[in-house]
Design a protein. Structure first.
Length: 82
């Protein structure tokens, strides 16, 4: 874990962000005291395939209940020509 001052953060922001993106955590200090961390984002949890299928099925049911008013391209073209 690397420790840096706020002035180093200002001077080397791009380099430090690149390091964090590569998995390194950087502690930012003010007057020698830790005040913040620059760290990589954690990946969002993967949704299991069965849950994705249930979500898709639910969305499809909602979509099927919505009235279909026409071709969206034609509707947009008509609206834009006004």
């Amino acid at each position: 874990m690397r420790k840096i001052s706020i002035s180093e953060l200002h001077t080397h922001t791009s380099e430090l962000v690149r390091e964090a993106a590569e998995g390194r955590t950087i502690v930012i200090e003010r007057r020698g005291e830790p005040v913040a961390e620059l760290r990589p984002l954690t990946a969002p949890p993967d949704i299991p395939a069965a849950r994705k299928a249930r979500i898709f099925t639910s969305m499809r049911k909602i979509w099927d209940r919505m009235p279909q008013v026409g071709d969206s391209t034609r509707i947009l073209e008509e609206d834009r020509s006004r």
